[in-house]
Design a protein around this ligand. Structure first.
Ligand code: FES
Length: 179
């Protein structure tokens, strides 16, 4: 049984703003400034940018470097170190499959293989035409009910390849999907 454990709603339309112009730069600056004086403030600022704008663009890296008085290389290093941060817009849906130990021990590899096969893309990519971005995450806090996943922020526990296939088939644009 799929178990929805928690809903973490994503802002509507948040993943459809690839702009890199003055308006985006101003938004990035406004999102970062509350964290500017904090020790380690870059990390919450990156989260704020991704939550609001969907991804961290190259131009955002430059803007954040200025705000935090860091080099672009330093900001780039942080962004690329964490799997959580996207460098380009996600699809309409985001499927995150847990790749950490407990989920791997409970069939996580089979889930990844099934998702990649059904979507026709590899982890880290957005399925062509399907509007589903497939991502790896490293522990969703559901280790006791592994394997776990998150679909558009909705947590799923004890997922099986069969149930995942049913779920994906309901998403708009997914091969075989109807919604
Ligand atoms: S290891 Fe997958 S939820 Fe913790």
């Amino acid at each position: 049984m799929l178990v929805a454990m928690l809903s973490r709603a994503m802002p509507s339309g948040a993943y459809a703003d690839p702009s890199s112009g003055a308006e985006r730069r101003a938004r990035v600056r406004a999102l970062a400034q509350p964290h500017q004086a904090l020790r380690g403030g870059l990390l919450p600022a990156l989260h704020a940018v991704q939550d609001a704008l969907g991804f961290v663009a190259d131009a955002d890296v430059a803007e954040l470097a200025e705000v935090f008085n860091l080099s672009r290389a330093e900001v780039h290093g942080v962004v690329t170190y964490y799997h959580h941060f996207r460098r380009q817009p996600a699809g309409r849906h985001v499927l995150q499959l847990c790749r950490a130990e407990a989920c791997q021990a409970c069939g996580g590899d089979a889930l990844v293989a099934a998702a990649e096969r059904q979507l026709g893309c590899t982890t880290g990519q957005t399925a062509a035409g399907a509007g589903v971005t497939l991502e790896a995450v490293y522990c969703l806090g559901l280790c006791a009910t592994a394997p776990a996943a998150s679909l558009d922020g909705r947590l799923l526990a004890r997922l099986t390849p069969e149930r995942l296939a049913t779920l994906l088939a309901t998403l708009e644009g997914t091969p075989g999907g109807t919604a």
